[in-house]
Design a protein around this ligand. Structure first.
Ligand SMILES: C[S@@+](CC[C@H](N)C(=O)[O-])C[C@H]1O[C@@H](n2cnc3c(N)ncnc32)[C@H](O)[C@@H]1O
Length: 302
């Protein structure tokens, strides 16, 4: 008989939150142990980000959460490369790294990641559309961010059938294509491509693909959400929930070396994964602690 599954709370001692530089991840995460790492580092925005400590307060008057100014692009890339290499070493043979950046440095950072992981381990990129519009007088304006996906080895975890990575088929597609019903009563269509036949089930929905528009940012034109902590650049839980479900399994160790307000750690705990997170900032750790404590998640503080 297989052992009963332990909940995230019962595995309390295996969750870790550290106030540390991402470079030192290897001091509290064993090499080759993590199935997923999500990195949301400073993007090289060239400004200091301030926090809103209470609802309704003005962010401009809040304390600096972290400084994102750099002497040069080369200095930024050297800083990033050192930390990406540390993350790679922490990944299991089936592990993946998601690196979240924007137009300011993503092209150069991809070259860095190709060097660290090997270009053949690049698995694609997600274009995340946070939905807060764009303003530019000199070009199209940027309304997306980019998340690069790299695998440690040749057979990474990919849960493409997870409902978090699916969307309903269009009504017209369902009406015109899904005319067959199998012995279990499931509607499907078969598509013949070359020598092969591919079967699609209506109830599984279509694969989401690489452009994600359905995870609005905290600042988007949506009502203020309960998950908002006031920490700048906090990512929405729905985005991290999808990433965690895509490339990890129940019981997997999930890393976030730039955890900020702790979004990834909450997503990991609520999907029954273990986590190890760190951040250099005092406010980040304080915010993450409050968030984990409010969710009843247990962890060790380092
Ligand atoms: C974009 S924010 C992360 C936001 C986070 N994903 C969230 O949802 O709240 C980047 C974070 O990187 C942290 N950081 C900057 N340099 C760091 C370093 N060397 N090691 C660890 N964290 C660092 C900052 O303090 C900041 O919290």
């Amino acid at each position: 008989m297989s052992a009963p599954r332990r909940s995230a709370k019962a595995r309390a001692t295996s969750n870790v939150l550290a106030r540390a530089d991402a470079r030192d991840l290897g001091t509290f995460v064993a090499a080759g142990s993590a199935d997923l790492a999500y990195l949301d580092p400073p993007f090289k925005v060239e400004k200091a980000f301030k926090a809103r400590l209470t609802r309704g307060a003005t962010r401009a008057r809040g304390p600096v959460a972290y400084d994102d100014t750099w002497p040069s692009l080369d200095a930024y890339l050297a800083w990033l490369e050192e930390r990406v290499a540390v993350v790679r070493d922490a990944l299991s043979p089936r592990g993946t790294m998601w690196l979240h950046l924007d137009q300011r440095a993503v092209h150069e950072a991809k070259v860095v990641c190709d060097r660290v992981f090997g270009a053949r381990h690049f698995r694609g990129e997600v274009v995340w559309v946070p939905g807060n519009g764009s303003k530019s007088r000199s070009g199209p304006g940027t309304s997306h961010q980019t998340i690069l996906l790299y695998a440690r080895g040749d057979e990474p975890i990919w849960n493409g059938k997870d409902p978090a990575l699916r969307a309903p088929f269009a009504a017209t597609s369902l009406e015109f294509h899904f005319k067959n019903v199998d012995a279990d009563g499931r509607r499907y269509r078969d598509r013949v491509v070359g020598e092969r036949t591919y079967r699609y089930y209506a109830d599984e929905g279509r694969a989401l693909g690489s452009v994600w528009t359905d995870c609005p940012s905290m600042a988007a034109n949506t009502p203020l959400r309960a998950e908002t902590t006031g920490y700048p650049t906090q990512k929405p839980l729905k985005l991290l929930d999808r990433i965690v479900r895509a490339t990890s399994e129940v019981g997997s160790l999930v890393l976030d070396p730039f955890c900020g307000s702790g979004t990834t750690l909450v997503a990991a705990a609520t999907t029954d994964r273990r986590f190890a997170g760190c951040d250099v900032g005092e406010l980040a750790i304080r915010t993450t602690r409050a968030r984990l404590d409010a969710s009843g998640v247990s962890y060790r503080s380092l």
